[in-house]
Unconditional design. Structure first.
Length: 222
């Protein structure tokens, strides 16, 4: 029975190897399983022969036998060589450190003047305005523009056909009605059915429930 490999050994790869190579040796395997001689039979590169012979003497076999008795034997054994892997690429260069900001100088802080052009806020922040088209769309007025005031915030509806204008809980006499700047003592006809001002001639209706100018008299409601 021929010898069988028990302990393998890898040959050293020369650094100049740039392509796969192969070395075939004739080995003499002694009865104790060690290799006593290695002769080169084939070789792709001469510089591979010595590493192959060194590795061959490090091999250990189960010896050949004849009727169960170990005997020496000659066998052919091949070593295959692969070129070493290429070196890894160099690491990328480290990023440049961020530039250090210049130190703040002890300069005098300059001041500037800013001029803003904007629309001035109204003097009456609670002023409400309705145009003629809006007045006609207010439900429950029966086409009467003055009754449209009763639908604005802060205005109460008087009972029945009172004809009073109650603004922010004040007495009816504390709310005054002006038409083109002229004071009207009574806004409604007797019975409070309709106002004394025809709605068709009104262009705009305004309610100022507070913070109005002195030109509107001493009323406290609106």
């Amino acid at each position: 029975m021929p010898p069988r490999l028990r302990d393998a050994a890898d040959p050293d790869v020369p650094p100049q190897l740039d392509a796969p190579g192969r070395v075939v040796l004739e080995l003499r395997v002694e009865p104790d399983g060690h290799v006593s001689d290695a002769t080169v039979l084939e070789s792709t590169h001469a510089f591979l022969e010595e590493p192959a012979r060194v590795a061959a003497h490090a091999l250990v076999f189960e010896p050949a036998t004849d009727d169960g008795v170990p005997i020496p034997a000659l066998i052919a054994f091949a070593f295959d060589f692969a070129p070493p892997p290429p070196p890894p690429p160099p690491p990328p260069p480290a990023p440049e450190p961020a530039p250090t900001p210049p130190a703040a100088a002890d300069d005098e802080i300059a001041s500037i003047d800013v001029e803003v052009h904007a629309e001035r806020a109204p003097l009456e922040p609670t002023r409400h305005s309705l145009d003629a088209a809006e007045v006609r769309r207010v439900p429950g007025t029966n086409g009467d523009a003055i009754r449209a005031i009763e639908s604005l915030p802060g205005v109460a509806r008087p009972p029945g056909l009172d004809g009073s204008i109650i603004v922010r809980g004040s007495a009816p006499q504390d709310t005054q009605v002006f038409v083109d700047g002229a004071l009207i003592p009574l806004a409604y006809h007797f019975g409070g059915v309709s106002s004394v001002v025809p709605s068709e001639i009104l262009d705009r209706l305004e309610l100022r429930p507070g913070n109005f100018g002195s030109e509107y008299g001493r009323g406290m409601g609106g």
